[in-house]
Ligand binder design. Structure first.
Ligand SMILES: NC(=O)c1ccc[n+]([C@@H]2O[C@H](COP(=O)([O-])OP(=O)(O)OC[C@H]3O[C@@H](n4cnc5c(N)ncnc54)[C@H](O)[C@@H]3O)[C@@H](O)[C@H]2O)c1
Length: 368
């Protein structure tokens, strides 16, 4: 079968991984072209990946062969770029978050539906070997009925090492919108949708000082909560705790995700990675038991969700890293901030289906 032609808009940091993975690792797809607002970046990417053409954004959107566009721009323009892609009659897969504003995410999905087009969204790490193994364990009842889960991302913030860290402290970023999608997508794909949330939030340090070289000493005024402590009630009844922080300066032993069930506890590894170790503690056991991963895709397979969407659109089946799931995650994040501000619970108006698990035994690059 002819590989499905993909176009990439946004040739920054993360684009290399997508160009590598979608360019050569999935027989069902190929990268035809790339584009960026800064045309020089697209030219450089195309030079580094033979077979990929540098185009202007307008040329890429007008290309009749390209059916799927990957949107790797910055969060503030995810919605506008994704909408342009849909207007051009193509399916769109965006990096996280789906949009910065809840209303934009909702409108994007409605617009795609009206056109019969697909929206997909990162992260796709929940399709990696580690989280698919967790999914299988939960579905098989290895920890009984999930009672609770907790996720922690406790960091001091990225300004010490990131060359351009300003955006992390503006609206639409902060620890919740930057890292929350990994934790919440993992939780939702494992436990199902969230029903209502509440949160307390704070800005512990109103000003940040950049430590990375070129901008060393420059100050950033913080405009969004940098410590978010949330409580999530899942539709299933399980209760989640989520702490996303850039304010932890002395380090923390709280890491990643744990899911506690009626028959045991599952230690879910870093949801930003594909294949870290999974452990389980069954009822009565004193020690954690390592679990052999049941699924492949254990290294950095970013692009897996895009390839799955491209193949699913052709096969007319549901894709896994769906716009609906990403919108629900966006709605949870926005509701956590709303709840923190208002000092009350916020009921979610969105929901989503749990994505189908990947089958066991797939070869690398295979999706069905
Ligand atoms: N860098 C990472 O390690 C990483 C990891 C996972 C996810 N992400 C996500 O990927 C996305 C991109 O991150 P990045 O680190 O590559 O950012 P980046 O700033 O390095 O690259 C973004 C690119 O998009 C281009 N761009 C901006 N506005 C545009 C527009 N309107 N039209 C076309 N191009 C436009 C910029 O010129 C730039 O080249 C973000 O949503 C981020 O959250 C990044």
């Amino acid at each position: 079968m002819t590989p499905i032609a993909i176009g990439i808009i946004g040739c920054g940091n993360i684009s290399r991984t997508y160009l590598e993975n979608l360019g050569s690792k999935f027989p069902a797809v190929r990268v035809k072209a790339c584009a960026d607002l800064v045309e020089e970046r697209a030219r450089k990417s195309a030079e580094a990946f033979p077979g990929v053409q540098a185009m202007t954004i307008a040329e890429l959107l007008a290309d009749r062969e390209i059916g799927v566009v990957v949107n790797l721009t910055i969060p503030a323009v995810h919605y506008a770029v994704a909408r342009q892609v849909l207007e051009a009659g193509k399916h769109v897969y965006s990096e996280k978050p789906l949009a910065v504003a809840r209303e934009d995410g909702r409108e994007l999905l409605a617009f795609a539906t009206s056109l019969g087009l697909r929206v997909g969204c990162a992260p796709d790490t929940f399709l990696g070997g580690a989280l698919q193994t967790c999914r299988k364990l939960i579905d098989e009842g290895a920890i009984g009925t999930p009672v609770a889960c907790a996720g922690f991302m406790m960091s001091g913030g990225p300004e010490s090492w990131h060359p351009d860290p300003e955006f992390f402290y503006k609206r639409g970023a902060g620890p919740l919108f930057d890292m929350g999608p990994y934790y919440l997508t993992a939780m939702v794909s494992l436990l199902g949708p969230v029903k209502r949330v509440t949160a307390s939030t704070r800005i512990s340090f109103a000003e940040r000082v950049i430590g990375s070289e070129a901008k060393r000493g420059q100050k950033i005024q913080v405009e969004t909560p940098t410590h978010v402590a949330g409580s999530l009630e899942f539709g299933s009844g399980a209760i989640g705790t989520l702490i996303m922080s850039f304010d932890i300066r002395g380090g923390s032993g709280l890491r990643h995700i744990e899911i506690q069930g009626s028959e045991g506890t599952l230690s879910v590894p870093d949801p930003n990675n594909f294949g870290d170790p999974v452990r389980i503690r069954r009822i009565g056991a004193k020690e954690w038991e390592p679990v052999t991963l049941t699924h492949g895709y254990q290294t950095n397979w970013r692009g897996l969700g895009t390839a799955d969407m491209a193949v699913a659109a052709q096969a007319k089946r549901a894709h896994r890293a769906s716009g609906e799931q990403a919108f629900h995650v966006l709605d949870v994040m926005a509701s956590l901030l709303d709840a923190g501000e208002a000092g009350r619970h916020v009921a979610l108006s969105s929901t989503c289906a749990r994505p189908a698990p990947l089958p066991v035994g797939l070869a690398d690059g295979q999706l069905d």
